[in-house]
Design a binder for this molecule. Structure first.
Ligand SMILES: Nc1nc2c(ncn2[C@@H]2O[C@H](COP(=O)(O)OP(=O)(O)OP(=O)(O)O)[C@@H](O)[C@H]2O)c(=O)[nH]1
Ligand SMILES: [Mg+2]
Length: 654
């Protein structure tokens, strides 16, 4: 069964919504039974939020005119019955264009003027300055208007050569890549630097983000695209065209922007587009088939891939077939096979990632709840034993019992001081961790790289500065890990002592692992390395280029460190609220015991009544524990069962 990308994405979206709703139900149930402490509550909330807002970015990267925009139209927008993204011969998409959905904004196209390149701010910073963007409202119910507005991404300006150079489009050392010059000697450059399209298209609404890029010349001019945006995409689709074969500039893009992502976690697809160019009416279908296979094999060889890693298709015929509802043409376009692989690979991986997160989050909340239930159960049976011992005893004994409980409680109240001491050590260590991951620390560790990049002129020793800077950052992560270890060891010892002294059931939560962040740093370093070869020395010598690189780097590292910080905060919260819960439960148990004794002192039949109550409470706890196990089990089953990704056996990632 071949399933299109849209259907797979819809299914994935439905699964995410279902899991989100189940998580909410679980949290509500736990809260209702006073089994959800603040830490677990926040953990579940973050998980629900993650499920709701999870983004999947598919980036299309290729030389101009290979059919990126046409393929985007065919896969995502055929439902509009026409081309939405402009696709035409020659350079069409002049600026990187992101299609996404933001419910806070009306449907619109926002364009960042190209002149902003002359200023030092990174793209990420411009995103936070909406007033700097030109906004065009979109009418999503009117495909004509929609397509008309999208034409803006093709707009160009004609500027003096110096201006083109300053904007990063004119390179004296690589004249063959320079843009066209008109009769007046003016250079054609894009009018916009970046375009953001916001529309409530069904796939975009469910978190799909599509990134369309312009060809080589333009991608290179925006370092942030290569160091931040493309490396963060879940899938990168690289496109070649059957009518041009693999050209030198195709290879340039492949080597610089796609081949290097080999060991990153995103999926990579290589498409040989425009196979309809080979549909020669004088050839038999078998001959055409053989010719396509041969071209795939040649392409694969040039890119050092396996033959079956190159997916041949015709975006244009695929779009046409979908618009006309022509099943035979659609099959010939081979578009469905690509869509199926794209969906399986990208959503399959996303699904597994989210499933793991749900599994871990639910297990944590469940473990917390079970610990609390266990405590309640133990306290109930202690109390029953205590009361049973009072059967037939006189008032004197009962009074003594009350005194003993009050003494115990006073002693327990003194535990507050020990708990406070643990907390203050914990906080001190945490503060150190937070400082390590803060902005000042990042700046400090990257100071020499920063200076080296900002130094005027050729930067020959820059690779060394990068290696040094990233070693420093990895060192910070290692320090954080060491601190986490110390915190964990400290808590384990302190909890053991508190458990012995006051009969708590505290257990230190495992700290979050930091490996992922080291891997993220490695990926950022790799994405920068491509700018450090000899071929880029001239570009790198330009102050505004290296300034952009520095800013893009800082922004990315900051976001990695912030994520790490967020996980540590959550871990900290889990620990603190565990302590809070146990202290609260214990306090409650003492007041219940004292209250029970008081009642027995007051009324003759009080003891038997109280014992019966306790038995009932015990039975209720039993039921709650049973229900908790069932809920956890249901949750795990639902996360796996409802949309297990389709068979992955056939998938051939490039
Ligand atoms: N014959 C044929 N033409 C195609 C196919 N796909 C795209 N084209 C045409 O090739 C031209 C370029 O397509 P675009 O989608 O604009 O290419 P692009 O990669 O987005 O190019 P830029 O936006 O300039 O970077 C357009 O005229 C398309 O109609 C195809 O499968 N077959
Ligand atoms: Mg295009």
């Amino acid at each position: 069964m071949v399933t299109g990308f849209s259907e797979q994405f819809d299914r994935h979206g439905a699964w995410r919504r279902e899991m989100g709703a189940r998580l909410k139900d679980l949290a509500a149930w736990l809260k209702q039974h006073h089994l959800l402490d603040d830490g677990a509550d926040e953990g579940l909330q973050r998980l629900t939020e993650q499920l709701r807002t999870d983004k999947v970015m598919v980036a299309f990267v290729a030389e101009f005119s290979r059919g990126k925009s046409e393929l985007i139209n065919a896969v995502f927008f055929a439902g509009y019955g026409r081309r939405i993204m402009p696709a035409s011969a020659g350079r069409t998409t002049m600026c990187p264009t992101e299609l996404a959905h933001d419910a806070e904004l009306p449907p619109c196209l926002r364009l960042l003027p190209i002149e902003t390149r002359l200023q030092p701010q990174a793209l990420m910073e411009w995103r936070l300055a909406p007033e700097k963007w030109t906004r065009v409202d979109l009418d999503v119910n009117d495909p004509e208007q929609l397509a008309g507005a999208m034409e803006k991404v093709s707009e160009v300006l004609h500027v003096e050569q110096d201006q083109a150079r300053a904007l990063g489009f004119w390179h004296d050392d690589r004249p063959e890549d320079n843009p066209p010059v008109n009769a007046q000697g003016l250079v054609e450059v894009p009018r916009w630097r970046h375009a953001l399209i916001n529309m409530a298209h069904p796939l975009l609404r469910q978190g799909l983000v599509v990134l369309d890029t312009p060809g080589l010349n333009a991608i290179g001019a925006e370092p942030e695209l290569t160091v931040n945006l493309i490396p963060q995409a879940q899938a990168v689709v690289f496109i070649l065209a059957a009518d041009t074969g693999v050209t030198k500039s195709d290879l340039g893009i492949w080597r610089e922007h796609v081949a290097t992502m080999q060991d990153s976690s995103s999926s990579r697809f290589v498409v040989l587009n425009k196979i309809d160019a080979l549909w020669d009416e004088l050839s038999t279908p078998a001959q055409i088939e053989a010719q396509i296979a041969r071209q795939c094999a040649d392409t694969a060889q040039t890119l050092a891939l396996q033959d079956d890693q190159v997916l041949a298709l015709s975006a244009q015929k695929g779009l046409l077939a979908k618009v006309r509802g022509d099943a035979a043409l659609l099959a010939d376009s081979r578009l469905p096979r690509f869509e199926q692989l794209l969906g399986q690979q990208v959503l399959g991986a996303r699904h597994v990632m989210l499933q793991d997160a749900i599994g871990a989050g639910v297990a944590r909340a469940q473990a917390e709840a079970e610990r609390t239930l266990g405590m309640r159960r133990r306290e109930l049976s202690d109390q029953m034993l205590e009361l049973q011992g009072l059967r037939g005893k006189n008032q004197q004994v009962i009074r003594q019992m009350r005194l003993r409980i009050e003494q115990e409680k006073a002693e327990f109240d003194r535990s507050a001081a020990s708990v406070l001491a643990v907390r203050s050590v914990h906080m001190k260590l945490l503060r150190e961790t937070f400082q390590l991951l803060g902005n000042a620390s990042i700046k400090r560790e990257l100071v020499s790289l920063n200076t080296a990049l900002r130094e005027p002129g050729l930067k020959l020793g820059i690779r060394k500065s990068y290696a040094q800077g990233f070693d420093n950052l990895r060192g910070v992560i290692r320090q954080v890990q060491t601190l986490e270890g110390e915190i964990h060891a400290m808590l384990t010892a302190a909890f053991r002592q508190l458990n012995t002294d006051y009969g708590f059931a505290l257990q230190a939560t495992e700290p979050p692992t930091m490996e992922r962040f080291t891997a993220d740093l490695d990926a950022v370093e790799r994405s920068h390395l491509r700018y450090l070869g000899l071929g880029h020395m001239v570009q790198l010598a330009r102050a505004e280029f290296s300034e952009k690189l520095v800013r893009a780097l800082l922004a990315r590292v900051r976001s990695i460190f912030e994520t790490a910080l967020g996980e540590i905060e959550l871990w900290n919260k889990a620990t603190t609220s565990q302590l809070d819960t146990q202290l609260r439960e214990r306090r409650r148990a003492y007041s219940r015991r004292i209250e029970a004794i008081e009642r027995i002192q007051d009324a003759a039949g009080g003891l038997d009544q109280r014992l019966r109550d306790l038995e009932q409470e015990q039975a209720a706890l039993q039921t709650t524990a049973q229900r908790l196990r069932e809920l956890g089990h249901d949750m795990r089953r639902a996360s796996v069962a409802s949309t297990t990704p389709p068979e992955l056996t056939e998938v051939v990632p490039a």
